[in-house]
Ligand binder design. Structure first.
Ligand code: IVH
Length: 702
């Protein structure tokens, strides 16, 4: 295909794919199979690769991301992003309506209000020029925000190119949200990697918009609703009209919008959604009531913070009391013990809550939790129900305090705790069933050996049938051993903790067995860096494994290295060095590795410059506070190793601040005043690709 033909085909494919995206994501009426859609997309990706200069900035391929090192320059908003006045009771709404009517000259019957859902996400300003999305900016401090265009382009309900008769220049305001199904999936993935899970959809949406790798943002499957059009001389007389026009141009406008003329109608809308909100596939935290007419809005004006023509009615965080039935102690794959409360089932936020997390021993102490207690549970904004207190008036006089266990509930080993940490853990890593299964699951994971068709449930079946007790045993599996195995397993939805458990039958049929055996064969080709990561050495995440493999080159050198030699490697601190030594000092691990070696897995590679990963190149960074996974010097060392520059005080030249616990208030204020991005520890770790740090570590990583 020559360049002219390629240009034509790229343009044609872009239009076809855009239309399919619109049918699928906006209209929910796909007119093509997923397979055919993928074929079109693949054709476009291939053409754009071959002719990179011809790729359009609005190409639907942007939806899958690609920029690894997104920058988030600060951009001043053309129209300030104000917030809304909040109200928490119906009387305040009635006051707002009466006040509004009074301030307007019109007869009271002439004021129309538009009631909308108040989406609980992150507000975004989208600028369109000649029908093309040119900029997406977060709210920031209202006057200026971060430009996150590349990441926003991955959100399929945000049009990159508009259809129909749109104005040349305008801004669309809306909310980026994370739907519940994405939230559950992402948290499951994070938990699997040992990363802290997101507490709620809003935090997850906000974190996902600020990722340096837009491919990862694409993977988060964010969504969007638009609710406010802004431009000079808007050609519509009402908000409702403007939204209906925007819908025609391709924006995702919520269908749950109502023009109301009376207080009664507004109250009905609020009452309806106060109940029905629990059936929505995303979080809302209230209702927004807006004056419909733009002329009337003008008359009402703004305060410095919010418009006088709108108000938010916020739903109350629901709270219920229920009885504590018992406490379970779960063993995580790193051996960490998590106490979980079993509750007398109770309705909360539209679902039945049966369980709630108790975090750790300290949390139980703080609550002063006793057997049979009546506890107060909330679910406001957060998907995971939380116990926030105990109704001590209802406590029985003779009830005992809840005692944290001393021995592992799975293998009986005495639990240990590291100084200064709240978590207890089972140290029997090679003999404790959930830890054994967890390590095997880590080994087969996508970012490790990538053994397809062998998910969590199947590992359990193989373990129960005594076919695997460590990851080397996987390579002794044969067709005959696997074929015909089956088990009915109950998988609990641990992220909602609401016992939304599903029962599924796992069976090893011909195709599955062949897939497993093929993937195991193929895994002989997986490069050494990934094999080293797959071994699951405590606190050796993806990036650390890569740097160690690049520096030392082969497993024998690593096995023989002393703690001091290991510490000479960039990013390997004392704790990691000790963990590595401990791992290789255990004869059982050596014999497992020898078996893997016999099977032909990769245990060496060419040495490479250890500083290949330069994600922080050219960045000026200020570190402040105390960190869970790094010592102060350790984090600074990591920054330097990855090409960044440490400075001690914040100035306009600072790219970002990495804030740990107890960051000084002065520093925070200064960063905020200068509009400098503040990353928390998890965000920083994500930025540098350290996605595998254990949730609860036994010391500092660096
Ligand atoms: S209109 C002048 N409509 O709520 C403010 N905002 O506290 C115009 N929000 O920052 C905003 N759903 O992020 C509007 N249907 C909706 C909304 C909505 C959620 C958010 C938005 C805003 C915040 C106000």
């Amino acid at each position: 295909m020559n360049e002219t033909e390629a240009r034509e085909r790229i343009a044609e494919l872009s239009v076809i794919i855009d239309n399919h995206n619109y049918n699928y994501y906006i209209l929910s009426q796909p007119t093509i199979s997923d397979y055919d859609f993928d074929m079109l997309m693949n054709e476009l990706i291939k053409l754009e690769k071959k002719f990179p200069d011809l790729a359009l900035p609005t190409s639907p391929t942007k939806r899958v991301g690609g920029d690894i090192t997104n920058e988030f320059p600060t951009v001043k908003h053309r129209y300030p992003m104000l917030s809304l006045a909040n109200s928490y009771n119906r009387d305040e709404i009635i006051d707002f309506i009466n006040r509004t009517k009074k301030q307007l000259d019109d007869e009271s019957s002439q004021v129309e209000f538009v009631c909308e859902l108040k989406f609980d996400g992150v507000s975004i300003s989208l600028t369109y020029e000649h029908g093309v999305l040119v900029r997406a900016v977060t709210r920031g401090d209202g006057a200026q925000g971060d430009e996150v265009t590349n990441n926003v382009k991955t959100i399929r309900t945000i049009p990159l190119k508009l259809k129909g008769d749109y104005p040349d220049f305008f801004e669309m305001r809306g909310e980026v949200i994370m739907p519940h199904d994405s939230f559950k999936r992402i948290n499951a993935e994070r938990d699997d990697l040992g990363l802290q899970v997101f507490a709620n959809c809003r935090n997850a949406a906000s974190g996902s918009l600020k990722l340096f790798d837009s491919k990862e943002t694409a993977n988060r499957r964010l969504d969007n609703f638009c609710y406010y059009m802004m431009m000079d001389d808007i050609p519509y007389s009402s908000h409702y009209e403007s939204l209906m026009a925007a819908k025609d141009w391709g924006f995702n406008i919520s269908p749950h919008i109502k023009v109301c003329r009376t207080i009664g109608e507004i109250e009905d809308f609020i009452n309806f959604w106060d109940v029905k909100r629990h059936e929505l596939p995303f979080d809302i935290d209230g209702i927004v009531i807006k004056v419909n007419s733009f002329a009337q809005r003008e008359q009402l004006g703004l305060t410095s913070k919010s418009p006088r023509w709108a108000i938010a009615y916020k739903f109350k965080a629901e709270e219920v009391k229920t009885r504590l039935l018992s406490v379970d102690f779960q063993v995580g794959r790193h051996g960490t013990i998590t106490p979980v409360a079993n509750l007398d089932p109770v309705q909360l936020g539209g679902t039945t809550v049966r369980r709630a997390t108790l975090n750790n021993a300290d949390f139980i102490k703080q609550l002063d939790l006793h057997n049979d207690d009546t506890v107060i549970v909330v679910k406001g904004g957060e998907i995971i129900p939380k116990i926030i207190g105990v109704d001590t008036d209802r406590r029985k006089a003779d009830s005992d305090e809840i005692q944290f266990i001393r021995r592992c509930p799975q293998c009986g080993t005495e639990l240990v705790q590291n100084e200064g940490e709240a978590a207890w853990y089972c140290p029997n890593s090679l003999g404790c069933p959930p830890q054994i299964k967890g390590r095997i699951e880590h080994f087969i994971g996508r970012k490790a050996m990538n053994i397809e068709s062998l998910g969590e449930g199947k590992v359990e079946v193989l373990f129960d049938n005594h076919l695997i007790n460590n990851y080397a045993d996987l390579y002794d599996l044969t067709y005959d051993k696997l074929y015909g195995l089956e088990k009915v397993v109950t998988v609990e939805d641990e992220y909602s903790l609401m016992n939304e458990s599903v029962t599924k039958k796992i069976s090893f049929k011909e195709k599955t067995v062949n897939n497993i055996l093929n993937s195991l064969m193929k895994s002989r080709e997986v490069p050494f860096t990934k094999v080293l990561f797959a071994l699951g050495i405590r606190e050796v995440g993806e990036v650390t494994a890569k740097i160690i493999a690049n520096t030392m080159g082969d497993i024998d050198t690593i096995m023989k290295a002393t703690v001091e030699e290991l510490q000479e490697i960039n990013t390997v601190g004392e704790t990691i060095a000790h963990n590595i030594r401990e791992f290789f000092d255990d004869e059982r691990n050596i014999s497992i590795i020898n078996r893997l070696r016999e099977f032909g897995l990769q245990f060496k590679q060419e040495k490479k410059a250890a500083t290949e990963n330069q994600v922080l190149s050219g960045k000026t960074i200020v570190v402040s506070g105390v960190f869970a996974n790094f010592s102060r010097d350790g984090i600074k060392q990591v920054i330097e190793d990855l090409g960044g520059k440490n400075v001690s005080s914040i100035s306009a030249k600072t790219d970002f601040v990495v804030a740990g616990d107890k960051m000084g208030p002065e520093k925070r204020k200064k960063a905020e005043t200068l509009g400098i991005r503040i990353l928390n520890e998890t965000e920083f770790m994500e930025m540098i690709g350290m996605t595998t740090a254990p949730k609860l570590t036994t010391g500092t990583l660096f």
